[in-house]
Design a protein around this ligand. Sequence first.
Ligand SMILES: Cc1cc2nc3c(=O)[nH]c(=O)nc-3n(C[C@H](O)[C@H](O)[C@H](O)COP(=O)(O)O)c2cc1C
Length: 305
Amino acid sequence: MTRLLHNPAAAEILGLALTSPVVVGSGLLTDQERNIRRLLAAGAGAVVTKTIHPNPAPSGSERLLHLPTGMINSTTYSRRGIDQWCAMLRRFAADRLPVIASLHADSPAELAELAAAVADTGCRALELGISCMNEDGGLTDTAERVAAYTGAVRSVTTLPFSVKLAAGERVRERVDAAVAAGADAITLSDTIAGLAVDPKTGRVLLGGTFGYSGPGIKPLVLAEIYELRRSGVQVPLMGSGGVQSAPDVAEYLSVGADAVQVYTALHRNMHDSLAGIREGFDDWLRDHGGTVAALVGRSLPKGEA
Ligand SMILES: Cc1cc2nc3c(=O)[nH]c(=O)nc-3n(C[C@H](O)[C@H](O)[C@H](O)COP(=O)(O)O)c2cc1C
């Protein structure tokens, strides 16, 4: 604890005291115990698991397309069973590791049941990965839908949880719905709709519209977090979208995020990239003589952080 108090990079989210605000976001890389442990050893403040789902789609059509500005992916949920995940989460809990379990299900009642089972493992925090746009038919997210999933989980557990939303239309209404239904934090953003075309043939690559991530979405997410804070939203926020370097982390904190997730950048040199961002941000703080607490919200007009 004393070490944390003297650590300028110390941050807090979902009741977890983090040694760094740099958190690894949910995705293919966080589907394995070995990767999660190695990412924590490489300096992650916390790691969010791949989204655990009671009825994941059968494997087959999951693909990644690399673009100059990021990536489009057609993946959905972890194919590991709930029992396997619960056993893994028990081992993380026994080691007091800052692992956040990402959860989704086909209905609010089913998500509540899953959240109750995961809470029993000793897991310390959850993220509701309810806004994945790669589901069949895409995602039409509404405040009502967000409230239903959030409220169902709140009714079964006191465990802190974040609701992960996608940047886009009516984000303020969706954030307000999550907070009113009991969310302890918001993660913004999941991937957003993206499409790529072969210019020679006109063929739509990957066969449709899927989740776009990486540096291309960073300005959009920064703008939404900035506007949410400017319009008075107070709930703790984790920024997620296009973080590749220490200055990106500083930008997210400056517009009012309390912690920052990084994912797509880790598809190249996973541990080294994470260590580079984490250590780079520690160095950045040292060079600029600041703390995470002092950075959060500094871009906002006074009184709006
Ligand atoms: C291949 C891939 C798989 C992902 N899987 C999940 C997932 O299972 N659950 C989830 O909440 N987000 C998932 N995401 C979204 C990321 O966690 C992150 O929110 C998003 O990609 C934006 O951040 P980034 O630009 O740093 O990647 C995935 C992203 C990618 C690229």
